[in-house]
Design a protein around this ligand. Sequence first.
Ligand code: GLU
Length: 435
Amino acid sequence: MTTGNDLYGNDLYGKACERLRQIADRADLHDEVIEILERPMAVLEVAVPLRRDDGSLEVFTGYRVRHNNLRGPTKGGIRFHPSVSASEVKALALWMTLKCAVVGIPFGGGKGGITVDPKGLSLLELERLSRSFVDRIADHIGPETDIPAPDVYTNAMVMGWMTDEYEKITRRHEPGVFTGKPIALGGSLGRDDATGRGAYHCIKVLEERNGWAPGDVSVAVQGFGNGGQQVARLLHDDGYRVVAVSDSRGAIHRPEGFDIPSLIHFKNESRELRAVYCEGSVCDMVEAEQLTNEEMLCLSDVDILIPAAMENQIHGGNAGAIGASTIVEVANGPTTSEADTILAERGVMLVPDVLANAGGVTVSYFEWVQNRGGLSWPLEEIQERLERLMRGAMGSVLTLADERGFTMREAAYVHALGRLGDAVYAKGTSDFFLD
Ligand code: GLU
């Protein structure tokens, strides 16, 4: 444990702080910036009671963390997953603070979650759990304070229930309290594929820079949830060969590439990832190799690897065997610091989570702006604005990396810390007390 703070322990948050401090040491930053960012401003743990369909009561543990509001209200998703812990939610909230600063949107970082396996709940139980959680956190969220959104295993439907519950509690129409809502409740066009689209823009910038011909570039996507599906679809539409895809149960590999719309159709209809080709709703199996997730990460015929599942997938044990020359992190925290060092030594280009998956929160910001102004922007406008912000952030980070010899993660952090540092300074630092 080297975070310099005994409170954190040797856990995901401790590791996230350790990485932050290491990178900050390379940037010319006021010490107070890191001192502020190393501690989340508020950590809430709640008991979330759920009446099961059989009449029994089960009480789950939930969290909402506001990491930092230096640059605006705290913002970030709510995940439903068995591995949710205080440490994980704090790390995810810290990364949201950095992510919002990387793309320059006026939010700080927040995150929430419930330690639960949502696959074991009926739809009605899921709704009751979502509403019960809002009941417990309602005093701590709001359009000017802390604005939740979807994350792992939550979606627009869950955000709709949560918004409805919040409005019942406050007796006010308050669409700006959640983003990623259904369109009918004030959701934004373009929010559904925004995370994947943001990552896609990062890849397009690399394509232009490196002169890639999409047909010659092979892609593997780990995790076939919303982010993974959308980035795979956009790349496939552009002619990239998506040769491997996985979900939590395993991976499929086919060197000729998959028809991604068919895989998405089958997965969303049946909840299963299968190597299929579909004409309309009729799907036939195609030949493919079955692999484990671990084997897929190390495939040698992959140029771009897109981890789009959970944390710590690329670690000291497998980083040396990753076959791809480019990694684009659609998941939050998929690569450990140890792996970062190995990948950098091997010359692997890694576009970090705080940049590559920032498209989701960016369109959440557009949704919040529309809600506050009573507006509804057309899809083209949202996609144009997203592209401009993503390309701008990618360009700034690439320039910083080139000029200062940073990895892309280091450059993205330094870029974000510069903006956070400006906010700390503008609010007053110890400098003002010195003569
Ligand atoms: N959960 C997403 C993320 O990790 C989106 C957050 C948001 O839209 O506020 O970036």
